[in-house]
Design a protein around this ligand. Structure first.
Ligand code: 5AD
Ligand code: SF4
Length: 464
């Protein structure tokens, strides 16, 4: 089925709004500040908001007190998110007292959840603008209405469309994100994402390749991460994800290609082979397992088994030499027993993850798991999380010895000033390496030999 694109006329109307706001602002150059919560997808949406604002003539503010427009781009994947957001929005009241012209907007996933948007408007009369995840492309029109004195709440309950052709102001650095798809169809039973991000839809492959080309050849980025909730089910005008990787791999000037996130149920052998073939694709995959217990995986609606997952790990290690695998794990899912936890711990040991992000299960209203019996008490979740974390650390640290004496290439990203100042960068496998050197190295790709281990990162020397 053809995905729905945001109509050209709507995008054009946005550019017209941008133009009108630009002439209205004239020389004023007001400043914006965007505070982003949650995942890379949100970060990337914020880059699009920033792109539109800069076209209007706004410039970036260093912090909130110096801003004329503040936007909170919210997340709702786990608890606390909501409490924190409400707290931080509340704090803006003081800034508004000092600067009554300050415009305050709240957007993103949390606003898309049941009545959160209405509650935000009701609780904080000084919020000027609330919009959801489907309104990115109409943000200029909404802002224009606010500037005319209206208080605006806009949450459209669409199945989700693809916005093409919006300006992007990418965060500084050498590494950037390109969205290849939006939404998710998997309905893992614990997860709110399919409800707040809509149905899965893939961008056209040629639009993606063109965006990567521009980021690399016109904006100077050398590392690109392709983003989607489940990149393995990418299907843009008949192009599969392995085919897309091969297409992007050809972009001249691109040095490193990464992608996330992969769902184990859709990770094909063809993708493993494409990773092996494409010279720019990094030897790393983020492959969330969530649990090592088949019973829990079934309740989570993940649609693979522990055995299948470990088979994928074997396939990846066999065909992509040096690959590092990272994962996400949830403990304390409804009905989880100590035995289920043991299954997860043994999977962690067997799979040999280089890093794992662990979470205590958090009830999301409206999801299937929220209605399950056998919810686990918070203190049990906490204890299980601590146990999991120590196994993860032990397993990850234990893998580092294999790097001693090896050589590889790192992209030097910055300077660490804690203790003795050192430069740091990442290998394609995402392993962090610390080397001696000055700031002039930032942005360079240099060959290093690994000669030490620093807890869960490596130490090396530049050899080229
Ligand atoms: N509770 C805890 N963790 C969750 N995640 C997603 N939903 C929940 C939830 N309700 C975790 C999953 C996912 C990561 C992005 O967040 O591990 O992979
Ligand atoms: Fe959530 Fe599952 Fe979709 Fe990931 S694949 S966004 S965990 S529903």
């Amino acid at each position: 089925m053809e995905p729905k694109y945001v109509e050209k006329a709507v995008i054009e109307a946005s550019y017209e709004s941008i133009g009108r706001i630009r002439s209205r602002l004239g020389e004023a150059a007001p400043r914006y500040y965007i505070e982003t919560y949650g995942c890379q997808m949100n970060e990337h949406d914020s880059e699009t908001l920033a792109g539109m604002l800069e076209k209007m003539g706004f410039t970036r503010a260093e912090d909130k007190p110096n801003a004329d427009l503040i936007i909170f781009n919210t997340c709702c994947i786990r608890d606390n998110a909501e409490r924190r957001t409400f707290g931080n929005v509340g704090f803006i009241k003081e800034l508004k007292k000092e600067n009554p012209a300050l415009i305050l907007g709240v957007c993103g996933c949390m606003m898309q959840q049941s009545d959160a948007a209405k509650r935000m408007m009701a609780r904080f009369p000084f919020v000027d603008l609330v919009f959801g995840t489907n309104e990115l492309a109409v943000f200029p029109q909404l802002l224009e209405r606010v500037m005319e004195g209206e208080r605006v709440l806009e949450i459209r309950d669409t199945e989700g469309e693809i916005p093409e052709g919006l300006p992007i102001k990418r965060n500084e650095g050498f590494s950037t994100f390109v969205n290849i798809m939006y939404g998710c169809n998997n309905f893992c039973s614990y997860c709110i994402v399919p409800y707040v991000r809509g149905r899965e839809r893939s961008r056209r492959a040629e639009d993606i390749v063109e965006e990567v080309r521009r980021a690399v050849q016109e904006e100077g980025f050398t590392e690109v991460t392709l983003l989607g909730q489940n990149v393995n089910s990418y299907n843009g005008n008949g192009v599969s994800f392995p085919e897309l990787l091969r297409m992007v791999n050809k972009v001249e000037g691109l040095k490193r290609l990464r992608f996330m996130t992969s769902h184990p149920k859709d990770l094909s052998h063809e993708l493993v082979m494409a990773m092996a073939e494409c010279d720019k694709v990094c030897e790393h995959i983020h492959l969330p397992v969530q649990s090592g217990s088949n019973r829990i995986l079934k309740l989570m609606n993940r649609r693979y088994t522990r055995e299948h997952y470990l088979e994928l790990v074997r396939d990846l290690r066999e065909n992509v030499p040096g690959i590092e695998i990272t994962t996400d794990i949830i403990v304390g899912f409804p009905t989880e027993t100590d035995e289920d936890l043991e299954d997860t711990l043994s999977l962690v040991r067997e799979a040999g993850f280089s890093a794992a992000y662990s979470f205590a299960y958090s009830v999301r209203q409206g999801t299937v798991a929220a209605r399950m019996e056998g919810q686990i008490p918070e203190e049990v979740k906490k204890a299980r999380l601590a146990r999991l974390n120590s196994v993860i650390m032990e397993s990850a640290v234990g893998q580092n010895d294999k790097y001693l004496g090896t050589e590889g290439e790192i992209l030097i990203e910055g300077r660490d000033t804690r203790g003795e100042p050192m430069m740091f960068g990442k290998l394609p496998s995402l392993k962090m390496v610390y080397v001696k050197g000055g700031e002039e190295l930032i942005g360079q790709y240099r060959r290093v030999r690994i000669n030490g281990i620093r807890f869960n990162s490596l130490a090396g020397e530049i050899i080229d």
